[in-house]
Design a protein. Structure first.
Lengths: 520, 488
């Protein structure tokens, strides 16, 4: 127990690896054992991360649960883990979605279970490591390690064009990350350390403005490809569509967040001058992404592809919020990232439910499903509403806060927000239209007449997400409180004194009709 | 004193070489006493030779700091020698472990095979410890001639013969050019001793035509030996034709030995005219990465693919020399050390696929390996990730060090090129991965792995992962190896 107290992050990080190593010892033929072990350790990974919920101190400004050990003294790299409010939310999102998506593979994956569950657990560790690392070398190692299991999840267990999608995903993301590697090395030569905390806590001018600009672009490609921002998104529809259900859930739910997380952890606080200088490009790309993604959704015939493109649109909101560079924009963006993980994760699970029954994802194959599957229809409706930003559900909180944050930007804010609102409207259109085509009307295809409703395992995967959607929609205050300190840390680079001066925004009483955050 | 060719106390300095030569000859003598079924004892004898040689190196370790010289200054046993000596011995040991079963299947169990392996290693050792043009040249030829024979060892195989002939012709060609360069160096300085030559070269201006001619000829000879573009044409044919354990040996040990020679010459003799060769080496490095990576994209033979990929690795290693600072050289030493293990490991997987009636070196022979032999498929994945430079493997740390050295010395453009060439590399390595993991397994017996092969694979993968996850000890070794060049 004492070990757990002092190494809590390491335990969370390496529980999946421990499971993977144990599974190596079980013979391949025993598929049931692998299924059980995979689920056991997926669930265990969630359990060991739960104590973080009450141990995390929202009033603490710096990183918490720090652990640091010598690793490679020759090159000055250390094994340093720690989380702040932003990474805390990402870690929890990862463990929750990880457990859920492993459970969702139970009947969907019926070949080579051993490799599947081992790779899935390794992927879990890779993603957690990205959010926890406070050393650049360690961060980069996890950032790349995670690509390999994802390649296999898409390439081995995906659908028809899986190999193409898998290598495309790998090469695209790798292209961004190798450039980032050079930027990391360049940072070392100017800061003389790989320690992220030291660089973050340094006073403003650690890098010259010129260098900041170079470094900003060095990191930009890695993150923009991951998010994905507008011209770098083309890997995403292929990867999401071809991946197995659980892979899509993790891709959309967690992997994309690594990009936005990177922007918030590195680009914003480390290169503030460059960020200000290039902000308009980032905003422009975000807005294009929001609208373009939404328009492309309208054209899709394949349910999964539609949801994949909706990710482009929704993640556009997240980057819009980040580069608004206002407190509300930033915290709204993180909350929207969590929301996107929940809602889009759930949407992919819903497509998975249909795919397991009909082995097709074409919208035209379905229609009138609410008759044979009434409970499914209800769950799907809630998820749809949560994704399109219906008040009382989670999506609304995120989108609204982002738009408020963008609005606060002097001069241009209103125009940016106006463009963003178009995305909200289009989002409602394509999601409801999809729902209508799949669920309403008469059953047109005789194959759909006797589809069984959801089973217990499917409830177990979807209901927790629905519950989270309601919770965030009704009472988002805990999330905002977690984000208070980290956002304050970020914003001091852009509007110093924001928190000292009287609030620029109208008093909280003006927002009585919406769940508004309470700022100190 | 000067009349005595050598003294008895010089002998311990070449004890590692003597051990190898002794056991090599012992194999030749005992070979014809062995029945056909007992031929694997030759491998045991060869292994003994490697072990004893390693022990002698180990004994020298404490005195290496002093950089003892012997044979009238022609041999120097410094940290550089100890480090590279151990790489050569490790590679030789791995190749011996991988050879026994392979030769049995090929039906070519001759004692000469192991004897030549040991003689080649003697040549490599001399390359690492020679401090004199004559010794270096003799070492180079000892190694090269052993390799010519070993490449053509499968007498009944057309590809093996073709490879050997190409290797002999081009090798002789490059040796001649190198010898010409050596003769110019002798002409400049009137001595074959490297320090004397360095002093003589340093007194001349960097634009001296004679020095430039010597540099150009020696560089061409060396680039031939390490298979750098545009002197690489022999490599794919030799790699494809040679018995696979020898392919591994050529691509690892012979390359490392040639790099040892290259480092020794460029860091002593040509050190004063660094401005002349920096651009030259940079150009060759970029060409090697370009040609190696692009040609590998379309190969359907795994050995050929690995041949082209190893050309691109030469490019990466040369970049360390372009950076030329302590970190760059450390990166080269580290890269060569770990490359010996993961590249041998990759060839080892091709070796275990060999069985009667199946050569096993085509891409489609890898199909569905995960079904047929999951262990082999996972090991191959780790080796390929390391070759591509994906963490947490040794290859990643090696590449990271190279990039780091380049950035430190402000070669940003080279660094960007070098990282971008990881992308095609991942593409072609992952063609193998996709074949192993996704394609349908063909009918037929599952590949069997002998105990010796399993041991070799185990060592390779252990080093690949250990140097990737916890590289500190390996980095210390690499730093140790380049101490002789940073004494002043």
């Amino acid at each position: 127990m004492q070990f757990y107290d002092s190494h809590i992050l390491s335990v969370v990080l390496f529980t999946p690896v421990a499971g993977a190593l144990l599974m190596l010892l079980i013979p391949r033929d025993n598929a049931a054992a692998h299924r059980w072990m995979g689920n056991l350790f997926g669930f265990l990974g969630l359990i060991v991360s739960l104590p973080l919920l009450w141990r995390f101190d929202v009033h603490e400004a710096g990183f918490q649960f720090l652990e640091t050990h010598e690793w490679i003294p020759s090159i000055g790299a250390r094994y340093t883990l720690g989380i702040d409010g932003i990474s805390f939310l990402m870690v929890m999102l990862t463990t929750v979605l990880g457990a859920i998506s492993i459970l969702s593979s139970w009947s969907a994956i019926r070949k080579r279970e051993k490799e599947y569950y081992i790779l899935f657990l390794l992927l879990q560790t890779g993603m957690l490591g990205v959010f926890m690392s406070l050393d650049f070398v360690l961060f980069y190692v996890f950032w790349e390690v995670m690509l390999v299991p994802m390649y296999f999840l898409i390439g081995v267990w995906g659908s028809e064009r899986r190999l193409y999608a898998a290598i495309k995903f790998f090469l695209y993301t790798l292209a961004g990350s190798v450039v980032m590697l050079l930027a990391i090395v360049a940072i070392y030569f100017n800061a003389h350390t790989f320690d992220i905390r030291t660089i973050l806590e340094a006073p403003h001018a650690l890098f010259s403005v010129q260098l900041q600009k170079w470094l900003f672009w060095g990191f930009f490609f890695a993150f923009a490809i991951k998010v994905p921002m507008f011209p770098f998104h083309t890997w995403l529809p292929d990867a999401h569509t071809e991946a197995p259900t659980a892979g899509s859930v993790i891709l959309a739910g967690v992997l994309l967040k690594m990009g936005t997380y990177g922007f918030m952890r590195f680009s914003l606080p480390m290169f503030p001058d460059a960020t200000t200088a290039f902000r308009w490009i980032m905003i422009l790309l975000s807005i294009i992404g929001i609208i373009y993604g939404a328009l492309v959704c309208m054209m899709q015939k394949d349910m999964k592809k539609l949801i994949a493109y909706s990710s482009v649109s929704h993640m556009g909101f997240c980057t819009l919020g980040i580069f608004a560079l206002t407190p509300l924009g930033l915290s709204g963006s993180v909350i929207q990232q969590v929301n996107h993980g929940i809602s889009t994760g759930a949407l992919f699970l819903i497509v998975g439910v249909l795919y397991e029954r009909r082995h097709t994802r074409l919208i035209s194959e379905f229609g009138g499903l609410s008759t044979p599957m009434p409970n499914f229809a209800a769950v799907y409706m809630i998820v749809t509403l949560s994704s399109l930003g219906m008040p009382l559900l989670n999506g609304f909180v995120g989108e609204f806060t982002i738009l408020r944050g963008v609005f606060e930007v002097p001069v241009y804010g209103m125009r940016w927000a106006a463009w963003g609102v178009i995305g909200v409207v289009l989002g409602a259109a394509y999601l409801l239209w999809l729902y209508q085509r799949v669920m309403f009307g008469n059953v047109t295809n005789p194959l759909n007449e006797h589809l069984p409703d959801m089973n217990a395992r499917e409830y177990a995967t979807l209901l927790p997400l629905v519950a989270l959607a309601f919770w965030i929609g009704l009472y988002p205050k805990p999330l905002f409180r977690v984000l208070d300190k980290p956002v304050e840390q970020l914003i001091k680079h852009y509007s110093p004194g924001y928190y000292q001066a009287p609030p620029l925004a109208p008093a909280p009483s003006a927002s009585g009709e919406s769940p508004q955050p309470e700022r100190k | 004193m000067r009349d005595i060719l050598f003294q008895i106390r010089d002998i311990p300095l070449i004890l590692p070489e003597l051990m190898l030569a002794f056991f090599g000859m012992a194999i030749l003598l005992t070979d014809f006493l062995l029945e056909k079924e007992q031929k694997s004892w030759n491998a045991v004898t060869a292994m003994m030779g490697v072990i004893f040689s390693g022990l002698s190196l180990w004994i020298m370790y404490p005195s290496a700091r002093a950089g003892l010289r012997g044979f009238r200054g022609t041999i120097v046993t410094d940290q550089f020698f100890i480090f590279f000596g151990f790489i050569f011995l490790a590679a030789t040991a791995l190749v011996i472990l991988l050879s026994a079963r392979y030769l049995e299947i090929e039906g070519e169990q001759h004692g000469e095979y192991y004897a030549l392996l040991l003689f080649a290693t003697v040549g490599m050792m001399l390359l690492a410890c020679g401090n004199d043009l004559i010794v270096l040249f003799i070492g180079l030829e000892t190694m090269a001639i052993s390799f010519y024979v070993l490449t053509g060892f499968l007498r009944r195989d057309r590809r093996s013969n073709e490879g050997a002939l190409k290797y002999v012709l081009l090798g002789a060609f490059s040796s001649a050019i190198l010898a010409y360069g050596f003769s110019i160096l002798y002409g400049i300085s009137g001595s074959t001793n490297l320090e004397d030559i360095e002093t003589a070269v340093a007194t001349r201006p960097a634009t001296d035509l004679l020095v430039l001619l010597a540099l150009a000829t020696v560089a061409v000879g060396l680039f031939f030996k390490v298979a750098a573009v545009p002197f690489h044409q022999w490599a794919p044919d030799v790699y494809e034709g040679a018995p696979t354990p020898i392919t591994a040996f050529v691509s690892v040990a012979s390359k490392t030995a040639s790099f040892a020679l290259l480092l020794r010459l460029f860091l002593t003799v040509f050190h004063p005219i660094r401005v002349d060769w920096e651009m030259l080496v940079a150009a060759v490095a970029v060409l090697s990465m370009t040609v190696g990576n692009i040609a590998a994209l379309t190969q359907n033979n795994v050995k050929r693919l690995l041949a082209y990929s190893s050309i691109s690795h030469v490019g990466y290693i040369l970049l360390g020399l372009v950076a030329g600072n302590e970190l760059g050289l450390k990166a080269m030493a580290f890269y060569l050390l770990v490359y010996a293990f993961f590249n041998t490991g990759a060839f080892a997987i091709v070796i275990i696929l060999r069985r009667k009636g199946l050569i096993g070196d085509e891409l489609e022979d890898m199909n569905g390996l995960i079904e047929r032999s999951p262990g082999a498929a996972i090991l191959m994945l780790i080796f390929l990730l390391s070759l591509a430079g994906i963490p947490p493997t040794a290859g990643f740390i090696g590449k990271l060090l190279i990039f780091w050295a380049l950035i430190e010395t402000h070669h940003v453009v080279l660094a960007v090129l070098a990282v971008l060439y990881i992308l095609p590399a991942v593409y072609y390595y992952f063609r193998i991965v996709a074949a192993m993991w996704v394609s349908k397994a063909p009918e037929g017996p599952r590949p069997r792995i002998s105990l010796a092969q399993a041991l070799a694979l185990g060592i390779s993968v252990a080093v690949t992962l250990a140097a990737g996850v916890y590289p500190e000890p390996f980095l210390r070794l690499a730093k140790y190896s380049i101490l002789p060049f940073f004494r002043s």
